[in-house]
Design a protein around this ligand. Structure first.
Ligand code: COA
Length: 180
């Protein structure tokens, strides 16, 4: 496995939080933290700024649509959820991910972490920020005693699949969805 900060031996990147060792010199310093309500328009903006996301999210509605504020309130009130944001120096929100901690009986009652809705701002991709965000998220799962971390990625997102593979995730399962 590459030295990506996701192994137990190397989680300094996650511990440092908002720090320096970024690949490209013009990449801003960043800090990763749980989202607050004021971050909501920026988060929805990131979700919508994507070929798949723009089919299902509407950044213009972020501050208006009660569906987004209700969803944020539910996430915020749930101790088994962390909606994370990556904030650049100056406060711009440049990344987001949602972590859900799932209890289960299988694997002798193992908790698992689920990471979804991972985004980095389009103008800052391929500079290591996504890797930092994932390392932070995996560290939160480790802290909560999760025995595995799972995620699903649309089959068309081949670049993202390469990204997750590089971080040590195995494409070991077929994902099934039933839209209601
Ligand atoms: C996937 C994503 C979070 C990675 O963040 P990042 O900061 O670009 O990641 P890193 O710099 O740490 O790693 C770069 C790798 O990310 C992937 N990547 C880069 N741009 C991407 C893009 N537009 N879409 C998907 N994956 C991308 C590639 O695998 C890249 O590796 P490469 O340079 O060898 O091609 C980010 O690119 C993104 O938000 N993409 C669009 C939305 C998406 O696909 N999200 C994942 C949903 S499951």
């Amino acid at each position: 496995m590459s030295d990506n900060g996701l192994s137990p031996q190397n989680n300094q990147g996650a511990e440092r939080g908002g720090d320096q060792d970024l690949a490209a010199p013009d990449t801003p310093g960043v800090a990763i933290r749980p989202a607050v309500a004021g971050d909501l328009p920026a988060i929805v903006g990131l979700l919508a700024d994507d070929p798949l996301g723009r089919l299902r999210d509407d950044a213009a509605a972020a501050s208006l649509d009660p569906a987004y504020t209700a969803a944020f309130a539910a996430i915020d009130a749930d101790p088994n959820q962390i909606l994370a944001v990556m904030a650049a120096d100056g406060g711009r929100i440049v990344g987001t991910a949602q972590i859900t901690f799932l209890p289960g009986l299988s694997r002798k009652g193992a908790w698992r972490g689920q990471i979804e809705a991972v985004r980095v701002a389009a103008d800052l991709r391929s500079r290591g920020l996504g890797e930092r965000l994932m390392a932070w998220a995996v560290e939160r799962c480790r802290e909560r005693g999760c025995r595995l971390v799972q995620l699903a990625s649309d089959k068309t997102r081949l670049d993202a699949h390469r990204f997750y593979g590089r971080l040590g995730f195995a494409a070991s399962h077929e994902g099934f969805k039933l839209y209601l």
